[in-house]
Design a protein around this ligand. Structure first.
Ligand code: XIL
Length: 319
């Protein structure tokens, strides 16, 4: 029996998963499945700033390096997630900014150093970085974060310029949720990318997370949306796909889930420059969904016993 990576091989599209490094080290079934099914990986948590620099000035790359080494040994590309996100920041950073001990000038230096340290550490080993994650909010405005507040909108271009200097070969992405279809938020990204391009900022890709749920309408015009970003000269990728459902699962929900996975993948396959389709975890045994969305779960391709669900077969057949 062959995995998804074999099914995907004839396309230009990589099939990827987020990896939970605690599970990776504890569960050989999990680890074996990653190598059988996927030719791309991304760290679910261990490349985030708050994980790498828990104590100011003390960098811990151990878990992230382990993932990158394993990927190399197993013929997998690595996506980097993420250089900047308003969640999972180091406690010392948010506390320092809140108390006023860290002012705007210092924050800018800290941010620049962070990009050079992390992107520099992995230089040449990361195919694509999510340089900025979730920087536009659900009202289609630049998200109110410590970075926007202290540094102004120019921090976005700075992030891309610094990342490009630190790792000139990595493709540099913006990444967000609720941007699968054409809507106010994805249009705000479209306008932002246009401006960044006009300003000659090194931006190379648009990452569409793809966190869907069977109880919500499927997003509108996904392929048209992907295509409009490609027309701006960007690569595209689906970066965090999962399709949650109100628990417990039943045949109807599992069918709707299979449809949603397949429809997103079809948009990627029909586009010109969609380079990868990454799921945010692949087994219901290890999923962020139940902890965050009350009463929901079963969002992944395999169940908690690693048995393929309808969605798994749908993805395989769609390739
Ligand atoms: C999530 C992880 O899956 C969880 O383990 C963690 O507790 C919180 O972050 N969008 C993103 C990801 O870009 O980084 C998030 O990952 C899920 C939503």
């Amino acid at each position: 029996d062959t995995g998804l990576r074999d099914a995907a091989k004839h396309t230009g599209v990589r099939i990827g998963t987020a990896v939970d490094m605690a599970a990776f080290n504890a569960d050989t079934t999990y680890r074996d499945a990653i190598n059988r099914e996927f030719n791309s990986v991304v760290a679910e948590n261990v490349m985030k700033w708050g994980e790498i620099e828990k104590e100011r000035g003390v960098l811990n790359f151990a878990a992230a390096d382990q993932l990158v080494d394993s990927a190399r040994a197993n013929g997998q590309q690595v996506r980097g997630h993420t250089l900047l996100w308003h969640n999972q920041l180091p406690g010392w950073l948010t506390a320092g900014v809140t108390s006023g001990e860290i002012d705007a000038a210092e924050l800018r230096q800290i941010l620049k150093r962070h990009v050079f340290e992390v992107a520099g550490h992995f230089r040449g080993r990361i195919v694509a970085w999510d340089v900025v994650n979730e920087i536009i909010d659900d009202n289609a405005q630049l998200r109110d974060t410590i970075f926007l507040r202290l540094l102004g909108p120019g921090y976005i271009a700075d992030m891309f310029r610094w990342a490009h200097q630190a790792d000139p070969k990595a493709k540099l992405y913006l990444n967000d949720y609720n941007v699968e279809g054409i809507n106010a938020k994805s249009t705000a990204y479209y306008d932002l990318v246009k401006q960044l391009k006009a300003d000659r900022v090194p931006v190379h890709g648009f990452g569409i997370q793809g966190h869907l749920g069977v109880q919500y309408p499927f997003p509108n015009n996904v392929l048209d949306n992907v295509r409009r970003f490609e027309k701006l000269g960007l690569d595209t990728a689906f970066t965090e796909v999962d399709v949650r459902m109100p628990m417990p699962p039943d045949a109807t929900k599992l069918q709707a889930q299979a449809y949603a996975y397949s429809a997103l993948l079809q948009a990627c396959l029909l586009a010109q420059r969609c380079v990868s389709f990454t799921v945010w975890g692949f087994t219901d045994k290890y999923s962020w969904v139940p902890g965050v969305f009350n009463g929901q779960g079963a969002a992944n391709l395999l169940d908690e016993n690693f048995i393929p669900k309808l969605a798994y077969d749908a993805v395989k057949t769609t390739f």
